[in-house]
Design a protein around this ligand. Sequence first.
Ligand code: MRU
Length: 352
Amino acid sequence: MFDAESYVRPFVLDEAGLTLRVLDQRKLPDEETWIEPRDVEAVAVAIEDLYVRGAPAIACVAALGLAVCVRAFDDEPLRFRAQLEQACVRLSNTRPTAVNLFVALREIREAIAALPADADAATMRAVVMSTAKAHAEGDLVSCLAMAGHGAPLLPDDGAVLTHCNAGALATAGYGTALGVLRRGRELGKRYTVLADETRPVLQGARLTAWELQHDGVPVEVIADNMAGALMAAGEIKAAVVGADRIARNGDVANKIGTFTVAVLCKHHGIPFYVAAPWTTIDLSLPSGDEIPIEQRKPTEVMCHGGKQLTPAGVGVRNPAFDVTPAALITKIITETGAYDPQEIAAAASERG
Ligand code: MRU
């Protein structure tokens, strides 16, 4: 079913753990260019500037990038620990909304804190690497399991809408929302995927279209303002999206425009699914009101293809995410099953 060689992957760690290659998603679909960030600042910039994006992929690249970079940290254990902490702070300050990043960095900090106080730098380097690898491997396993829980919910035919890119490119591989959509097709369902282009950075038009075409899943791109008309015409049978952070009450932060899709689905009686691993669920936040929303630079909205579209002197806004209230969500699909959003907190307690 999953073949690591043939599916798209947004990053590759070499066997020896010396180099992390990161696919430059800003250049897709025109060019497949890979970068090799060699210090913490380069890893942070790759995340801030969207070379790599998507909640789980950001976390994996931060963790694995850090694991590669600690090779150059000081051999003196106290100085090593101080440099590691400084690096974690820098990486934490890249993108505020996707909680997976903070989960991965916390796992590394906790693994180091659990070592004896006199642990040497070599031991700490090995622990950072094994923790980062476990995070990335766990993400891929979660995506595959999520697909199994989500695919049976999808219609047999018609069109299924997705927003942004919650695919292999946004994870350690296979994807969350796109993993569910891939699996449905692998099971013989005949739907077409409709990809919202996803202004302003066009993750749908560029990335979702590219990776689904790569994997032979039929996909068509629509402008973000077309979904309502296609729902009214009866073409769209379901919507599946990813998430950057899910609060305790089931409210979901995802790419700006997701809320609009959910409202349209509610109006038309169309199921609206969110697929996300447990690492995206932040039980510390009571509701979506507490989720920090990243504000990105205005030029992403003002300019296209290097040309400014808006009149000089006119302000623009660029919130990168919105919050969809739990009441608009049919199911949250995780690696342990598909839940009513209001059941998430109870399901978390059962998981322990
Ligand atoms: O700004 P981005 O491209 O990082 O936003 C990505 C999304 O909103 C995705 O839908 C989300 O991270 C889920 S990815 C599996």
